[in-house]
Structure formats: structure tokens, C-alpha cells
Ligand binder design. Structure first.
Ligand SMILES: *Cc1c(COP(=O)(O)O)cnc(C)c1O
Length: 436
């Protein structure tokens, strides 16, 4: 099909996400033909290095042969069946393996399809736990300044990003926020974690009776602009939640699955949350899948003869066998390729290669946590992020800056040559955008 035709038809029929559609008058859509490894190819044969893992979901490259093969096997066996009253091998195996990855701390897995639904489920489960425990007044939530937990009405209630929230504010029961421990300057992070932990403790001391849970993005608040913080905050937040009897929800939708260096970001604080939300990378970037892991104690508070004490959340595609199979294949790759260990080398190589960018006159706050790199471009142009996106595409790299923050969240498959390419083309795209 001719690509112009595809573009026009898409503009006529598809409402694209997170987009002011009128901007496509100036910044055309890219019609994709196929993907392979780090690369996306458009219908004109141009290629793009997927430096953002297609919105942070892809871990082992596009059209990964091992995940493809696992999905093809499952396709011939069971594509989907309802999970109420039925079960199947992929969902059981995935739940058991995730439990093992938490050191058996989080033994019960509840399934949905998207990250925002995982947030909704964790919030509902937490409030319902307190209700079942005779404390129905504990039904409010707390999040960090700059938090992002998804964009359905319940998830927006714990999201603190004006752009996503303001238009829908009247629909939302807004939660309170406490100061974020994040700091762009790594040398001030210990202090920032300390004062944010003090503020959290003070807030909980006053409001614990009405608070069900604190929800955090462990180590990196990605959507607000890759705001990174010290793992010490997680330890302090866990202690404060325990002291005041409030649940801790770890939203690892973006930072889980090795993105921060450990399989779960919480591991770096040496803590276990009461609820852990996963999505994005868990299916390798193949299929919509999200999971909420919870403790035995939570599970027991719902275990009863009365239906209304059970967790009441019905989603048609709960535990979809294909999505679970993609997740199992993803976990297989983590094990057989010792991905967390190899990523240490990859991270060091890309960081070394990026030295020239760190010296760039217009680049500030170069920072990294695990397999997330970010820096801020010193420029006031409100069009900067769209200009860098466009310049990136003409330099064969998919960058999607958040405001002035440019970041890389690449799939875990790049080698030294790929790292050099990414750095060189990113620098060139930024230089082009700064004069555009
Ligand atoms: C992306 C994201 C979500 C929402 O996931 P969706 O699948 O887009 O609904 C929630 N929390 C965090 C931290 C995220 O990065």
C-alpha cells in the first residue's frame, strides 16, 4: 500500500493517543511496515532505532524469534478462555514464577491488560482490605509530587501531572501528594530522600486513619521526566507505612523487569511492597498484560464464605494465555541469557559512549539508573520536544523527549556499535533541533 494513502486513512479513521491531532499537519505520522530487533522500518524502507522501547514496553527487540515461537506454539493450543471458574498452564506458571522472583513475599497474582487497570486494582484491593478488616474509613490514597500511575479516572486520582489531569479534574477524586524524593543533581539525592521521608512521616502521622495506601514509582518517576531518587527513600517509606499501618503500593509498571538494574526496583531498597504492579515490559512488549502481586496477608483478608468479601473486579481478558505465554518467554530470556548481568556491561558501554554528550554545552543533569539514561536540554523553545522527535527521525533514531528531558530506554539487546550509533545520532538530532 502506498504510504501516503495509509497516512491519510489513519488521520481520517484513527484517533492517536497522547496527541493533539492537529499537530500532524506539521509533524506527519510514520507509517510502519515491520520491526526487527532494535529497529522499526517504515513503508518507504527508512529505519528508526527504537531508543524508547516503543513507550517502554519492548525488552528484547521487535519480532524476537524466541517470543514469536512461544506464541506460535500457544496459538495452536489455547488462545483465550475466561479465568473465572477456569485456569490454564500459562497463568499458573507465570504466577508461580513471579512469586519466586519476589522471594515468595508476594504470592498471589491478579491479572488485567493495561497499567492503569493495575493501578485501579491495587487501589481497590487496598481499600477493600481495610474494609474487610473493619476499617472502612481507610479509603484515601497518597502519591508523590510528579507521580504518574495511568490515566483512567481512578489512576488519575493518584497521578500528579497537570497536562494529563487538569481537563478531567472534575471527574476525579484527587488524592493528596507528598514531596518527591527525586533530584536532578545526584549529589543532593541523599538529602532529598531524607527530607521527603520526613515529610511523608509527618503527613501519615496526621492522616493514617483515612489513608489506605501510599503509591510510588520506585527509583524513577518516569513520566514526569525521568526524575531519579535514592533507594533509601523506599526503605524509609516502607518503615513509615508500617509504623502508621498504611499499605505501600509499588508501581513497577515502567521500572520493573530489570529496567533499573535489578528485576524489581524495590529490591534496591531491600523492601517488599504490599502490592506490586507490573505491565509494559512483562510481556516483552508483545501483548497487553498487567499484573498486581499481593501478600498472603492481603489474600487471607478476602478469603471468606461471603461473596462480597471477595475481590470483585471482572475483566474479560484476565490472564489471557497468549499474553501470559509472551511473559513466560520473556522470563525465560532473562534466565537463559543472564540478562541482568549482561545489562551491567551494556549500561557501562553506553554510559562511556555518551561522554561527549555529557560535555555538550546545552546538556544538563546527565543521569542514569540501570537501563534508563536522561538529560535536560537547555532551551526554552516550547516546540523543543517535537523538534527533537522530528530531527531524531531524520537521523534514524526514535526519541520522544518529555518537555526538555531527552531519555533513552532501549531494549536490552544493543551492542557497542549500537551504543555508539545511538549517542552520535542523538547528539546530531539535538544540534539540528536547536537551530530548527
Ligand atoms: C505507563 C505507566 C502506567 C500506565 O500504564 P498503561 O498501560 O499505559 O495504562 C502506570 N504507571 C506507570 C509508572 C507507567 O509508567
Amino acid at each position: 500500500m502506498h504510504s501516503n494513502d495509509l497516512l491519510q486513512r489513519s488521520l481520517n479513521a484513527v484517533w492517536h493517543p497522547c496527541t493533539q491531532m492537529k499537530h500532524h499537519e506539521r509533524f506527519p505520522l510514520i507509517p510502519l511496515e515491520r520491526g526487527e530487533g532494535l529497529w522499526l522500518f517504515d513503508t518507504e524502507g527508512r529505519r528508526y532505532f527504537d531508543a524508547v522501547s516503543s513507550w517502554w514496553v519492548n525488552l528484547f527487540g521487535h519480532c524476537n524469534p524466541r517470543i514469536n515461537a512461544a506464541l506460535q506454539r500457544q496459538l495452536g493450543t489455547l488462545e483465550h478462555a475466561m479465568l473465572a471458574g477456569f485456569t490454564h498452564r500459562p497463568v499458573v506458571e507465570l504466577s508461580e514464577r513471579l512469586r519466586a522472583l519476589t522471594g515468595n513475599a508476594l504470592g498471589h497474582a491478579f491479572y488485567a491488560s493495561d497499567g492503569a487497570s493495575a493501578t485501579e486494582i491495587a487501589l481497590k484491593m487496598s481499600a477493600h482490605y481495610w474494609r474487610n478488616s473493619g476499617m472502612p474509613g481507610k479509603n484515601r490514597f497518597l502519591s508523590l509530587a510528579g507521580s504518574y500511575h495511568g490515566e483512567t479516572a481512578g489512576a488519575l486520582s493518584v497521578t500528579d501531572i497537570d497536562l494529563f489531569r487538569d481537563a478531567y479534574a472534575p471527574l476525579v477524586r484527587q488524592s493528596a501528594t507528598v514531596p518527591s524524593p527525586a533530584s536532578a543533581d545526584a549529589s543532593t539525592r541523599a538529602q532529598a530522600a531524607h527530607s521527603a521521608a520526613e515529610a511523608l512521616d509527618a503527613w501519615l502521622a496526621e492522616h493514617a486513619d483515612s489513608t489506605a495506601a501510599l503509591i510510588v514509582e520506585p527509583l524513577v518517576q518516569c513520566a514526569t521526566g525521568m526524575a531519579m531518587y535514592d533507594a533509601e527513600y523506599l526503605r524509609r517509606a516502607r518503615a513509615a507505612c508500617d509504623r502508621h499501618r498504611v499499605h505501600l503500593i509499588a508501581d513497577e509498571i515502567a521500572v520493573g523487569c530489570g529496567r533499573t538494574g535489578t528485576f524489581f526496583a524495590c529490591e534496591q531498597g531491600g523492601i517488599q511492597p504490599d502490592f506490586l504492579c507490573l505491565s509494559k515490559g512483562i510481556s516483552g512488549g508483545y501483548l497487553p498484560l498487567s499484573i498486581v502481586l499481593s501478600t498472603d496477608e492481603t489474600y487471607r483478608a478476602f478469603y471468606d464464605d461471603a461473596t462480597v468479601r471477595g475481590f470483585l473486579h471482572s475483566h474479560s481478558y484476565t490472564g489471557n494465555p497468549l499474553a501470559c505465554t509472551a511473559a513466560l518467554a520473556t522470563l525465560d530470556i532473562f534466565e537463559s541469557d543472564k540478562v541482568l548481568a549482561t545489562n551491567l556491561e551494556r549500561a557501562a558501554a553506553l554510559t562511556r559512549a555518551a561522554a561527549p554528550l555529557q560535555q555538550h554545552a546545552r546538556i544538563r543533569n546527565f543521569r542514569r539508573t540501570g537501563m534508563i539514561w536522561a538529560f535536560d536540554v537547555d532551551c526554552d523553545d516550547p516546540q523543543l520536544s517535537r523538534k527533537i522527535f522530528a530531527a531524531g527521525l531524520s537521523h534514524e533514531v526514535l526519541l520522544r523527549p518529555i518537555g526538555r528531558t531527552v531519555y533513552w530506554m532501549p531494549p536490552y539487546i544493543f551492542d557497542d556499535a549500537d551504543a555508539a550509533f545511538l549517542v552520535q545520532r542523538t547528539g546530531a538530532a539535538i544540534d539540528a533541533a536547536l537551530v530548527a
